[in-house]
Design a protein around this ligand. Sequence first.
Ligand code: OAD
Length: 247
Amino acid sequence: MNLPGNEVEQARALLGKARFVGVLTGAGVSAESGVPTFRGKDGLWKQYRAEELATPEAFARDPSLVWEWYQWRRNLIRDKEPNPAHFALVRLEEALLERGGDFGLITQNVDGLHEKAGSRRVIPIHGNIWEVRCADPSCGWKEVDRGDLDPLPKCPRCGGPARPGVVWFGEALPEDALEEVDRVLRGCDLFLVAGTSGVVQPAASFAWAARRRGAWVIEVNLEPTPLTEAAHLAFHGPAGEILPLLV
Ligand code: OAD
């Protein structure tokens, strides 16, 4: 990790005087907790990519395969703990709220580690891997269950198939989450993007939207991404080391 000192100072100064900080996180922020990311060499599960499993079509075709993937991920994540990147974002939120500012943490992660670390204003745009819900939206049953599930869970209300409470490719983001995202993107004067490859929409457009509205944009990632171009300052290294350094 080779961080230019003056840029660290610039980022600290921007974070220190910001009134409203918006954050977007991706799988890279949980990587140092031991949660695998989706892309890159360790991103495959068996021979599948996330885009082949996280879709309504995959679930309709082979619900057992899709559930097997989610249960593998649930088992892997269940005992994982937040890392210094998560805790740095908790401190950032506390500092903003203490000085009468505002904060919103948009996350694509479904692992719940931001909440576990103590972040309060979390906007989980891709849902929650611990939620199980009826696959039939007109039934509407759902619950949070962190335990071991049947291999092919059923809805206890209508008897139909149950599905993970996450957002799949091709599905709309939850309405309430989108409203909160809008509030953050309109209001923030600094937008921090950490640990996302920046290739999945709509999240990939948030940094650009914030920048167009006049916000400073800072990126933290192991490597350059398509969002690096949107960033005024970009830091390349582990989020668990860089975020604590900046906050
Ligand atoms: P990806 O797996 O696409 O990208 C992870 C990013 O984190 C990469 O750019 C890595 O370089 C970076 N990274 C890895 N370890 C890091 C570390 N220790 N510190 C900093 N950066 C690190 O994950 P996402 O961008 O979150 O959606 O993927 C977006 C969405 O695609 C996911 O929410 C999921 C997936 O398919 C759905 O399932 C709908």
